[in-house]
Write a protein that binds this ligand. Structure first.
Ligand code: HMG
Ligand code: MG
Length: 297
């Protein structure tokens, strides 16, 4: 059996990817309290907000206020999505030090999500990333619909590689490979990531699995066996994507941490304190979250 990584970096995306699809608007100070609990649980990378158009994602309209309420720590990197120059200007004003630009491997999905074609979006990211990097702001990139698109079906691995390369060439330090609608299986991961790994180092790739079909944990395990060691997840399994019909939340961070703890892979995250954060946000949303591990005591 392939040797597994000794440690994994988790990018907690609950406050952004998780909350963006929730219809109950969480007050800014409660979001800040949620993020504080996540920091206490040990996360070092937390995606906290989005500088997209507030009409498109009303839940995240308070990005700037939220970021200003967060405690800074040299141990923790907060990040926020930025779709264009207007978003970057808002991000700079908020004081955030890391951004994420996002495009897709499917033309149709990208148009629905950010109203731009893939090439057009990449061309528009160039001045955004040039300016961010000049300001000392670091950046990651996302490639949505890297396996299956709700409009175009199966996505070719060559297309995922092409978009990944374009983002890395613009200066992002890692690219998150998104299974936006949670439809990929370990076989798809083996196929697409096997191809990506012939071109890019594992350290430049993060995996972003949604869990619509319950495949996310299996997909993580497949990725680990291929040497991939950066995973995005969402506390309690919050969320979904508002522009991907039927998509449910990210892999629940509890389910990810339980797996990694049990197979001896370091994460730096306390499952006990993570549960506290997830229970807190579940209460704010007045609903049970889907994580299986969270349901156990
Ligand atoms: P647009 O309508 O094409 O924008 O939207 P525009 O450039 O034509 O501008 C129209 C108006 O919007 C202008 O105002 C701009 O100033 C304003 P006006 O002059 O008419 O008064 N505007 C903005 N305002 C605030 N912040 C901005 C901004 N940009 C323009 N950043 C846009 C283009 C990208 C803004 C829009 O399509 C948008 O906000 N989309 C958001 C989509 C989104 O948030 N999707 C969910 C996140 S992606 C995701 O979840 C996937 C991921 O998790 C990975 C995975 O799972 O695969 C990352
Ligand atoms: Mg997502």
């Amino acid at each position: 059996m392939a040797s597994l990584p000794k440690s994994v970096r988790i990018v907690e995306v609950g406050p952004r990817d998780g909350l963006q699809n929730e219809s109950i608007i969480v007050p800014t100070e409660k979001k800040a309290a949620f993020v504080r609990l996540l920091v206490a649980a040990g996360f070092q990378d937390i995606e906290v907000a989005s500088f997209v158009h507030p009409k498109w994602v009303p839940q995240l309209a308070d990005a700037q206020e939220l970021i200003q309420q967060l405690d800074t720590s040299p141990r923790v990197r907060y990040s926020a999505l930025v779709p264009n120059m207007k978003g970057l200007e808002r991000a700079i004003e908020s004081g955030i030090r890391r951004i994420a630009v996002f495009t897709a491997a499917s033309e149709t999905f990208n148009r629905k999500n950010i109203n731009r074609g893939i090439q057009e979006s990449i061309a528009a990211f160039k001045p955004v990333l040039d300016r961010a990097l000049k300001e000392g702001i670091s950046a990651r990139g996302y490639v949505s619909t890297s396996f299956v698109c709700p409009y175009e079906g199966t996505i070719a691995k060559e297309k995922v590689a092409e978009v990944t390369r374009a983002l890395l060439d613009l200066g992002v330090d890692e690219v998150s490979i998104g299974d936006t609608i949670g439809a990929a299986t370990p076989k798809d991961v083996e196929n697409t990531c096997g191809y990506l790994l012939t071109q890019f180092p594992a350290a430049s790739l993060a995996m972003h699995f949604h869990d619509t079909y319950g495949m996310a944990v299996a997909n993580v395990y497949q990725s680990l066996q291929m040497g991939l060691a950066i995973f995005d997840s969402s506390a309690g399994g919050l969320g979904g994507c508002p522009y991907a019909p039927g998509a449910s939340g990210n892999i629940a961070t509890e389910d990810l941490v339980y797996l990694l703890d049990r197979i001896g892979i370091e994460t730096g995250v306390s499952l006990k304190l993570l549960r506290r954060a997830s229970h807190f946000i579940a209460q704010e949303l007045a609903r049970d979250l889907p994580s299986r591990v969270l349901k156990t005591s």
